[in-house]
Design a protein around this ligand. Structure first.
Ligand SMILES: C[S@@+](CC[C@H](N)C(=O)[O-])C[C@H]1O[C@@H](n2cnc3c(N)ncnc32)[C@H](O)[C@@H]1O
Length: 289
């Protein structure tokens, strides 16, 4: 059977819905991804094609199907210790610096914004747990958030396939922090207790998570358009302590993206507030406020 390509307008409408709700852009040259990502959903709901899906989604009563469709279109790629050098920089430079800065309070709050299925937040937890003698009398709070309810449920479960567990994790850490259950590997409850996951849109938070000492927002902003990215940077800046640190993905930088952050001189891949004390305020209209 020959399937005709979906009408360009259907993919364009779906990409538009994704951007309006999540900020994530899909370039027209990658619209083919929409068909691939939504194929299982079409099959599951017996919807013949993307045109029919768009027609169904135009009914406001089908909000939950819209949510499902948007979640299917999001890129949730993640793995443990993604960008090893940056995690090494966290361990050897950022955490010791913050240990000195917070020696009175003995509290550190870390936020993984757009954390996907949990590998990133659990990697941070492993960094602390592997040096737990240093942190015994400290309160370490790690919060992982993502716009997708599906990935947040997966992150909370801390259950990974053989393929996922092998991506980025050393055999030593795999055996130390996971136990095998059938085909899957399940996170150690001690590590699971260190991390709290919750569904949140970076651009339109439902709850005030408070201020953080470190924010990891990795491989999320690169899929936002320039205006949305400015709004996101302003939100991140407001959530970061004045002397806190921001970590982006290895392919990302604040250079020519925002004047709210600048590169730290001494910590590779980490950014600090450009002007501590200034409240991040975008001069652009804020459609996500
Ligand atoms: C490519 S993954 C990166 C995951 C992880 N940070 C890493 O680098 O391995 C991007 C994640 O950002 C999430 N995301 C996209 N837009 C978001 C938004 N507006 N608010 C919160 N999370 C968002 C997606 O659901 C996805 O799980």
């Amino acid at each position: 059977m020959i399937h005709s390509p979906p009408a360009a307008s259907a993919t364009r409408i779906l990409a538009g819905l994704l951007e309006a709700r999540t900020g994530q852009q899909i370039a027209p040259s990658r619209y083919w991804r929409i068909q691939t990502a939504l194929a299982p959903l079409l099959k599951q709901h017996a919807i013949p094609d993307l045109d029919a899906l768009v027609a169904v989604l135009s009914d406001p009563d089908n909000e939950s199907l819209l949510q499902e469709s948007l979640e299917a279109m999001l890129n949730n790629e993640s793995f443990f210790f993604r960008d090893t050098a940056l995690f090494a920089s966290l361990r050897s430079e950022a955490f010791p610096t913050l240990r000195e800065r917070r020696s009175q309070q003995k509290t550190l709050r870390i936020w993984c914004a757009g954390t996907s299925t949990g590998q990133e937040a659990y990697s941070v937890a492993m960094l602390f747990h592997s040096e737990r003698d240093k942190w015994t009398d400290w309160t370490i709070e790690i919060v992982g958030t993502d716009i997708s309810a599906t990935v947040i449920e997966r992150a909370k479960a801390g259950r990974y396939s053989q393929f996922e567990i092998q991506r980025g994790l050393s055999v030593d850490y795999m055996l130390r922090y996971f136990s095998q259950d059938g085909e899957d590997w399940v996170i150690d409850p001690a590590l699971q207790k260190m991390v709290r996951f919750q569904q949140e849109n970076i651009l339109k938070p439902r709850t005030d998570l408070g201020k953080f000492d470190v924010i990891l927002c990795r491989n999320v902003l690169m899929y936002f358009g320039p205006e949305t990215r400015s709004i996101a940077y302003a939100k991140l800046e407001r959530s970061l302590e004045d002397d806190g640190l921001l970590m982006l993905g290895a392919a990302e930088s604040v250079l020519s993206q925002t004047d709210l952050f600048s590169a730290t001189r001494e910590m590779r891949g980490l950014f600090c507030k450009a002007v501590p004390g200034r409240t991040g305020k975008s001069s652009l209209p804020a459609p996500f406020d």
